[in-house]
Structures are given as structure tokens and as C-alpha cells.
Design a binder for this molecule. Structure first.
Ligand code: ZN
Ligand code: ZN
Length: 385
């Protein structure tokens, strides 16, 4: 019932209080948009180490499991940068139901990054500057008008470029949760240094689910534990379009869940104690001396009625507090006062029993009790950083 109440409150929400006008105007008001879910890191047969994974299979699976968008990000070095004539030219790359982003995995000696674009762009140019200085790469990225994202920032093929050239970071790679703790640490370091960097997920799945249970090749066994949607990235997009997805990613209106069944983490802030939410994750406001009222809501049709979660709030990289959350539409609220000087950010992690994802049954064993995380709400960040 509280979920309904919150939606009702948001539906009536007025523009942010003039006493605490955000430095960066939100991309839309808090009700002007739609939640969309998808997977931002997938490999098809156009990546050489992929098995049992034609484009048609990926898209069919995404459609069957309620995905709103996907980006098939094949390794560009496997085709000498020419993804336009491989992944993008594949006649199977079409869907009436799922928004298809244009991209590829920028696969370099200094690490990997994913591109997200609503329309075709000249990927060859980005590939050709992969061994050049970061400033040159940044200039090409800007000229192409693409969103560039750091992949798997820790471990093999970790991202070794400056984080100043990317718009987001893959803080949740694949269904295997424990290895992501170090990625989260790097994300916090970047946030603490003033970068308003979006955290997002990506399954990095290379292998298609078996068509029948007896097709248990090594590749397809991996697919029973990690496939489309493990994890799932949610964006609050202004419109249900590919551009809407990319803009929401850039603006940080993003949450990540272990799978599409949720729970989705929504994170809001009321700046002037009028009961109306003025900000959501990704937004940045000028701190005042007033306390801010925060609200966290967990959403998802598949959340069990007896669901029990622990919601942990992280402030500037440190744990501010942990709160229990129960029921089919849990809500947690807390107050805190951001420092009037300097920068402050708050973000949320949610732990609890995983929500079943029958299409990829073994994924739940690997993601442990990490079920979701939010992007930060920011105070005092420099929008021109
Ligand atoms: Zn990679
Ligand atoms: Zn990959």
C-alpha cells in the first residue's frame, strides 16, 4: 500500500523548491518517464569466444523475459573494429519489442569499454585510437556523440584508461557477485574524487542457454548461470526510445538488480520537508543547511509477500546506516544533512533472498544475497567536472 501512496505523492509532485534548486536541472520531473530494464553487455556469435549464441537467440530470450532494451557488445578487435558490417549488419538484429542499442566492446590492451548509442556511429574511429593518449580518445568519443562505459574495472582486462573519458562504470558484471565488491570500491573512489559517474550492470554473457537440458556443452553450462538479465540494469527514461535509455544512463537515473524480477531500487530525496520528492538518483543539488528526507522504495511484481531485505545507505564511500525492509513493496526513510561545503553523495545497496529467475535458474546461487543497488543522489558536485 505504501508503494501506491508514494506513486500518488509523486504524481502530485511540484517542481523542486526554489530554496534548493538543483544545480543541474533534472532531465525530466520525477513522474515524467518510464522505468525500462535491460542488459548492457552481451556477446553474440560475432565474438570469437562465444558459443551457441546467435543474435536471434539473444533477442528472442530478451523478448521472452520482458527486457525493454539490450546492447549486443561484441569484441571489436575480433573484426578489426568493423562492427558495422558484422553485428550491426546481421539481419537477425531486429525486434518489435526490445529497443536495440548500437555498440560494441572496445577491446584494447589497456582494458575494455562498452559503447551505448541510440543510432549507428563510426565505431572504426574509436577502434583506431585505442592505443593513443586518453585526451585523443576523449576527443573522438565526444565527436562521435557516444556514451562510453568502463567494463569490469578489476581483474583480467581491467579498465586501464582515465575515468575522465567515460560516462559510466560496470559495477556489476555477470551473475557472480563477489568479484564485484572491488569494482564498487573503485566506483566509490571515483565518486569521492568528484566524478559524477553512473554505475551500471552487464551480464557479459557469451553463451546461449541450451535449447534442451541434454545440450550440456561447456559453453551452455555457463549459460545456465549467467545470461541475459544477470544482472539487469534499470533506467528511468524520459521516453521509451533508445535515446531515452542512453540519456538516462548518462544522467545516472539507473539501478541494478540481480535479475529482471527485481527488486528495483528507487531512491528519492525531499529537500524542503513538504512530503514531495524533489530529486531522484542521478540528480545533483546545492546543499543547504537543511536536513534532507530520503526515501528508498523496492519495487517488483515478483517480490515475495514475506520478502525481507537489508537496505544499506552509503554516504561518501562509508556506511551511514542499515535498515530492515519488509513486505511486497518495502519502503525505507531516513534523514541526513549534507555538508554545506564540499561534495556529498548517498547511494544504496540492498541485500536479501534473491528473487527467482526461472529462465536462468543457477544465477541465484552465484549472486548470493546481493539483490540490488542504486545510483547516488549528489549534493555540491560540480556539473562541469
Ligand atoms: Zn571484456
Ligand atoms: Zn565482454
Amino acid at each position: 500500500m505504501r508503494a501506491c501512496a508514494l506513486l500518488a505523492v509523486l504524481a502530485l509532485a511540484a517542481p523542486a523548491s526554489p530554496l534548493a534548486a538543483p544545480e543541474i536541472p533534472p532531465v525530466a520531473n520525477l513522474t515524467d518517464g518510464v522505468w525500462l530494464k535491460g542488459d548492457l553487455h552481451l556477446h553474440s556469435r560475432h565474438s570469437k569466444e562465444s558459443t551457441n549464441n546467435p543474435v536471434k537467440k539473444i533477442i528472442g530470450f530478451a523478448e521472452a523475459n520482458g527486457m525493454d532494451f539490450i546492447d549486443i557488445t561484441d569484441h571489436d578487435n575480433h573484426v578489426d573494429g568493423d562492427v558495422a558490417h558484422h553485428t550491426w549488419a546481421d539481419p537477425e538484429l531486429q525486434s518489435d519489442k526490445v529497443l536495440l542499442l548500437y555498440g560494441a566492446e572496445w577491446t584494447t590492451h589497456r582494458g575494455h569499454g562498452n559503447v551505448f548509442s541510440a543510432k549507428p556511429y563510426d565505431h572504426q574511429r574509436l577502434y583506431d585510437v585505442r592505443d593513443q593518449r586518453d585526451a585523443k580518445i576523449l576527443a573522438v568519443k565526444k565527436a562521435l556523440g557516444i556514451h562510453l562505459s568502463a567494463n569490469h574495472p578489476i581483474g583480467k582486462d581491467n579498465f586501464g584508461f582515465s575515468y575522465d573519458i567515460v560516462d559510466s562504470i560496470e559495477v556489476w558484471n555477470s551473475a557472480v557477485w563477489p568479484k564485484n565488491a572491488s569494482a564498487i570500491m573503485i566506483w566509490d573512489d571515483m565518486l569521492k574524487s568528484g566524478r559524477k559517474l553512473t554505475g551500471r550492470g552487464g551480464s557479459d554473457a557469451h553463451h546461449g542457454v541450451p535449447d534442451t537440458p541434454d545440450q550440456a556443452t561447456p559453453g551452455s553450462v555457463q549459460a545456465t548461470a549467467n545470461y541475459v538479465g544477470t544482472p539487469t540494469t534499470w533506467v528511468f527514461a524520459r521516453t521509451r526510445t533508445a535515446q531515452g535509455v542512453v540519456d538516462a544512463l548518462t544522467n545516472g537515473r539507473v539501478a541494478v538488480s540481480a535479475n529482471p524480477a527485481g527488486p528495483r531500487v528507487e531512491f528519492y530525496a525531499d529537500l524542503n520537508a513538504d512530503g514531495r520528492m524533489d530529486m531522484m538518483m542521478g540528480d545533483n543539488a546545492k546543499p543547504t543547511r537543511r536536513p534532507v528526507h530520503f526515501r528508498i522504495q523496492l519495487s517488483g511484481k515478483a517480490i515475495p509477500a514475506d520478502g525481507a531485505y537489508t537496505v544499506t545507505v552509503i554516504k561518501n564511500g562509508d556506511r551511514l546506516g542499515s535498515y530492515p525492509a519488509h513486505g511486497p513493496a518495502p519502503v525505507v526513510e531516513f534523514d541526513d544533512t549534507p555538508a554545506v561545503e564540499g561534495r556529498t553523495y548517498y547511494r544504496v545497496e540492498v541485500q536479501g533472498a534473491p528473487t527467482p529467475y526461472p529462465a536462468v535458474p543457477n544465477s541465484m546461487k552465484l549472486s548470493g544475497d546481493m539483490v540490488g543497488l542504486s545510483n547516488p543522489i549528489f549534493f555540491g558536485f560540480d556539473p562541469n567536472f
